[in-house]
Ligand binder design. Structure first.
Ligand SMILES: C[S@@+](CC[C@H](N)C(=O)[O-])C[C@H]1O[C@@H](n2cnc3c(N)ncnc32)[C@H](O)[C@@H]1O
Length: 316
């Protein structure tokens, strides 16, 4: 069956990309092909290089593109952290400074979240695997069953910003002495046993949300992948080309903000150093003064958009 993902902030993405016929654009997170399709229509005969780590997303997107008779898309099943290699392998000539735009729409698609056989959601009991990639190198099950208490506490605290990280990590360690933790259901029961009553009853957010977010980030090495991808994406952009990132939690947004800020300035030597030794040059300018968020109407129609934050920068 074909699934549809309602793309978030699509109108803003198209506006800030300024996509025109003949351009080449990379969609680093193809998902349900919402952005890919809209961009491909606008830049034809230019090409969209569309990447996704999830084989199921790739198969689904292929069907959608074929049905809509869209032919100017090159599809690659890989991690966007390899963006430079992917671009080099798929361009006829050198890939550096060749792209007019690069877009990242981070995180999960609705299809991944709603797939009851995958372990992303705490709404269904599924095997404990939160990997985007079917052949992922790190498994969530391994993390939960083998990582030491200090490491578990660290990731739940850092990646989940969960105030009860230590209690949850300790309960995981205690439980795994007698049973192997193999399902999301088991994990939810453990998290529930670690938390005080007032926290379990907190409105607006399920008590397992932050721990699930932390484990997903660790399983997919999401933050490192983003840092690597941004640095490499910069090399692929043309002068005047734009990079757009839509993120859904503060850790990702902080990485994007700091990257844009660093690339916006020349010398990055420590302030006490009298003579510049870094030879760093500014290579990006921010296009929007503040972070962009979806309109109220969009959030009403698509609650998934509520935490979206979009940043746009242009290559100097
Ligand atoms: C929010 S969805 C993108 C939705 C898309 N913009 C659309 O219009 O349908 C995010 C997608 O990024 C993919 N993804 C996440 N991390 C990735 C990575 N490191 N490399 C490649 N794809 C990744 C996920 O598999 C998912 O399909």
């Amino acid at each position: 069956m074909e699934y549809k993902h309602v793309p978030v902030m699509l109108a803003e993405v198209l506006e800030y990309l300024r996509a025109e016929p003949g351009q080449n654009i990379i969609d680093c997170t193809m998902g349900g092909a919402g952005y890919t399709m809209a961009i491909a229509e606008r830049i034809n005969p230019g090409k969209v290089l569309a990447i996704d780590l999830d084989q199921l997303a790739i198969e689904n997107a292929k069907k959608i593109l074929a049905k809509n008779k869209i032919k100017n898309v090159i599809i690659v099943n890989d991690n966007f952290r390899n963006i430079k290699k992917i671009a080099e392998e798929n361009m006829e000539s050198a890939a550096e400074n060749k792209f007019d735009g690069i877009v990242f729409d981070l995180g999960l698609s609705s299809a991944q979240l709603e797939d009851r056989t995958r372990g992303f959601s705490f709404k269904a009991d599924a095997p404990l695997n939160m990997s985007f990639n079917q052949a992922g190198e790190i498994s969530t099950e391994d993390i939960v069953n083998t990582w030491p208490e200090a490491e578990l506490t660290r990731i739940i605290r850092e990646y989940g910003e969960e105030r009860f990280a230590h209690k949850i990590a300790r309960k995981i360690i205690e439980t795994r002495k007698t049973e192997e933790i193999k399902t999301t259901g088991q994990l939810i029961a453990i998290i529930k046993r670690s938390l005080p009553g007032f926290y379990l009853r907190k409105k607006g957010i399920h008590f397992a949300t932050l721990t699930f977010q932390a484990l997903r980030i660790a399983t997919n090495e999401e933050l490192v992948s983003l840092e690597e991808a941004l640095a490499n994406a910069l090399k692929l952009l043309k002068k005047g080309g734009r990079i757009i990132v839509i993120s859904y939690h503060s850790l990702e947004d902080r990485i994007v903000k700091q990257f844009f800020k660093k690339e916006n300035i020349g010398c990055i030597c420590p302030p006490r150093q009298p003579v510049c030794q870094c030879e760093h040059e500014a290579s990006l300018k921010s296009v929007t003064r503040k972070v962009l968020i979806p309109t109220e109407t969009e959030v009403e129609e698509n609650p998934r958009a509520r935490s979206a934050k979009m940043r746009v920068a242009e290559k100097l």
